[in-house]
Design a protein around this ligand. Sequence first.
Ligand code: CA
Length: 224
Amino acid sequence: MNILIVEDERNLADAIVRIVNDASYNAEAVYDGRSGLRAALSGTYDAMILDIMLPGMDGREVVREMRRHGVSIPVLLLTARTSTAAKVEGLDAGADDYMTKPFEADELLARLRALTRRRGDVLLEQATFADITLDLSTHDLSCNDESVHLSGKEFEVMRILMTSSTRVVSKHDLLGRVWGDTDASENSVEAYVSFLRKKLSHIGSKVQITTLRMLGYRLEVLGE
Ligand code: CA
């Protein structure tokens, strides 16, 4: 299980990485808010330990932005003892739990276990990108008043593309994340992208799935 740690105090960040790795998770740290958001949006993490006070973009903004992009992984906020208001705002922004600094390794691991057990319970209603909205419970993709239902795999592919915003997602990555260990090939990815293109055009969206030769796919907005 991959755990993302976002903490600007390097000593603390490195200590958390050690604690989490020793408990057989796979932890990686970044040291500022924007890098944290970028990593969260990459879709490679299962949970996140996020400091509130960060340079560039604070923890609350990071949670709000990742939730807005449909990233539903559990988030444990780290707060200073005095910042009750920040704690409340952080939870309101979409974090799942918080822990006050300083803390014991055991407490951190207990909370992490609780959060990762609850994985999947964080209910986000929708992801949005430009003029489209993806309903994460009904799997309906809509643009203005038009909407279309996505099949299971179409939904997974679309959710990953929308979560990645305008960043390139490789066919290999989509294959691994949507099809897992099956013997599906990149042809399957191409087929589903083509279904999704038809559906995007059917609902009249300006969003296009652009192919970048040898690299993969990304979303673009027509006319921008
Ligand atoms: Ca800090």
